[in-house]
Design a protein around this ligand. Structure first.
Ligand SMILES: NC(=O)c1ccc[n+]([C@@H]2O[C@H](COP(=O)([O-])OP(=O)(O)OC[C@H]3O[C@@H](n4cnc5c(N)ncnc54)[C@H](O)[C@@H]3O)[C@@H](O)[C@H]2O)c1
Length: 327
């Protein structure tokens, strides 16, 4: 049966990939995207998709959100809208508290009011593994771990996760939360590491590497993340949280070296050209050393698994940016 779903932040990186996926897999559904169109958005990524309607607005506008849910009969909400860049949260944390904490509160409250007395509704909150803090050389993040956020970004996401939990336990709202590792793929804003490196390699500009370059991230192809979100929306258990990751740990240096190789190859220039652009810069304040996800719960209980190998996903990503894609 067809229905209308709401995706907040659907003009951003992960949100726009999710809009495309849902549109492909559920062609009869309508998708309402609520997005404020901040600097991080690119509406052209979702323009022209039949059945997809962009509403430009702020998730902090409770009345607007409730109106959208009620008038469209929405029973599924994917909540991705957020301020998402750690560096920006260090120089200007206020917007992160407003959008990530206050905005998530408005979303939850609007859903609670609009869905009063209705069954069969679900609020999926998309969060990050950064809420767990930083790992040493061993161990992985998992659902039972205590939160220990270190940046204003991760603290604001942790705050929103707690609100989601409270709305489930206090009001019985059907919520599910995912905590995902670093994503990569098409449609990401050029301020983020992978698109930044690709575009600077092409232009022959310096590639900044924070500190010693040995910080480790667990990289996941965005399409695999979107598949996890679809799975959790359709099969996850109310009130649960699911960690999502690629089981794919790389140091920043390993990642940059691989990107140099791929871009050199694509541009048909001698291998090693890009490597000369690497430049070490002062480390980010409070830079978490290592993130890694134990995704066994979502694999075991919901049958989700990674479908895209890192080298293949990265090659596809490089090809997308070099094809003159919009970002
Ligand atoms: N990118 C990652 O690697 C990653 C990993 C794990 C979790 N996440 C989470 O996934 C979600 C999406 O991340 P992303 O990388 O796509 O972010 P993004 O910055 O690319 O996109 C965020 C979108 O939210 C919109 N937005 C911001 N403030 C808004 C507001 N007040 N009202 C309405 N819209 C607003 C922006 O315009 C933008 O389109 C975020 O919640 C983020 O915390 C991201």
């Amino acid at each position: 049966m067809s229905e209308t779903i709401l995706i907040t932040g659907g003009a951003g990186f992960i949100g726009s990939n999710l809009v495309h996926r849902w549109h492909r897999n559920h062609p009869k559904d309508r998708v309402v995207v609520l997005d404020k169109l901040t600097y991080a958005a690119d509406r052209s990524q979702i323009d022209g998709l039949e059945g997809v309607e962009l509403v430009v607005g702020d998730i902090q506008n409770l009345e607007l959100v409730r109106h959208l849910i009620e008038t469209n009969g929405i029973k599924k909400v994917f909540h991705l809208a957020a301020e998402s860049h750690v560096d920006r949260s260090i120089t200007g944390p206020g917007a992160f508290i407003q959008t990530n904490v206050v905005g998530t509160f408005s979303m939850l409250e609007a859903a609670r009011q609009a869905w009063a007395g209705q069954g069969d509704c679900r609020f999926l909150h998309i969060s990050t593994d950064e809420v767990y803090g930083s790992l040493g050389e061993t161990g992985k993040f998992h659902e039972e771990l205590a939160y220990a956020p270190n940046s204003p970004y991760s603290a604001s996401k942790a705050g929103s996760d707690h609100l989601v939990r409270a709305y489930h336990h206090t009001y019985g709202l059907n919520t599910v939360t995912t905590n995902c590792s670093n994503n990569y793929g098409p449609r990401q804003h050029p301020e983020k590491l992978i698109p930044l490196v690709i575009t600077r390699l092409v232009k022959g500009e310096a590639i900044p590497i924070y500190g010693d370059g040995l910080n480790i991230r667990d990289w996941l192809f965005v399409e695999d993340h979107c598949a996890a979100l679809e799975t959790v929306m359709l099969k996850g258990l109310a009130g649960e949280t699911y960690c999502v990751g690629g089981d794919n740990e790389r140091t920043n240096l390993e990642l940059v070296d691989l990107l140099c190789e791929l871009v050199d190859q694509h541009l048909g220039r001698p291998q090693g050209t890009g490597l000369k652009q690497k430049t070490y810069v002062q480390d980010r304040a409070g830079h978490d050393r290592r993130y890694a996800i134990d995704a066994s719960k979502i694999q075991r209980e919901l049958g989700w698994k990674v479908a895209t190998g890192f080298e293949a996903g990265l090659a596809e990503t490089v090809a997308w940016y070099l094809a003159g894609a919009k970002r």
